[in-house]
Write a protein that binds this ligand. Sequence first.
Ligand code: APR
Length: 270
Amino acid sequence: MLNGEELVGRAARDLVKASYAIALTGAGISTESGIPDFRGPNGIWTKKPEAEIRAYEVYEQFRANPKGYWEGRLDPEGPISRIFSIFGEIEKAQPNAGHYALAELEKMGILKCVITQNVDGLHQKAGSKNVIEYHGGLNKFRCVNCNRRFSKDELNLEKLKKEGRLPPYCQCGGVIKDDGVFFGEPIPGDVLQRSQRDAWKCDLMLICGTSAVVYPFAALPEMAYKSAIVIEINAQPTPLTGRISEYLIQGKTGETLPKIVEKVKKIQKG
Ligand code: APR
């Protein structure tokens, strides 16, 4: 049984040998940036299980009445705004050493992409270029029909609200919603395709800070493990541990990932 330090060395060797390594991340990689995760000991759903149940209702509310959804979404006191309020602090958050380590592995040509469940944009802030936002991104919007994305400035929501022109519509006639994927909402086709293509193609999958219980994201390691080395870095074991992942380095991503990068540099120096 290898200990943590030995596993860090093993992960570095595996990364150097890989020809198409990718990383999958979840809320755990952002907790050291001050953003709570969902199911860890201090997670948002752990502390407020009723909030998770409410979160399941949002997509149905949107589908049933997009106009009502948007009026609630833009009403600061409304219930929908309260759900979004948990994201309020996220915009001020800064990347931590874990995000920077993955960005460095990409710069070194070792990591080909990051597929993240997080909407906080911290991988991009840390310098990662090839990031797939599996559950969408904050302050971005998407047409449910053609998947076209819009920035906050492109929509001018307050003006539409004032002129009674909610919900926002795309030129294609589709309704526009937050880019963030709600519970029960299908993952946008372009994101699903790119993620599955990389999961099938990779020969190493680094899984950082996710409980791996939410599908279809959690199916990506199951696609990869027959032809890739799947390595977990997580504070605690997950349903992938011992079944899908080759090994788990139990610990903080913000501490473990920089150690792996240092070992990779030593191996590359020879
Ligand atoms: N280092 C390593 N692991 C950590 C750290 C850390 N610093 N902090 C927390 N973790 C671990 C937790 O122990 C937990 O196993 O990260 C995992 C986070 O799991 P979740 O809170 O379930 O987050 P995630 O897997 O991203 O959730 C998936 O669920 O609620 C939805 O849409 C939401 O994208 C989210 C999805």
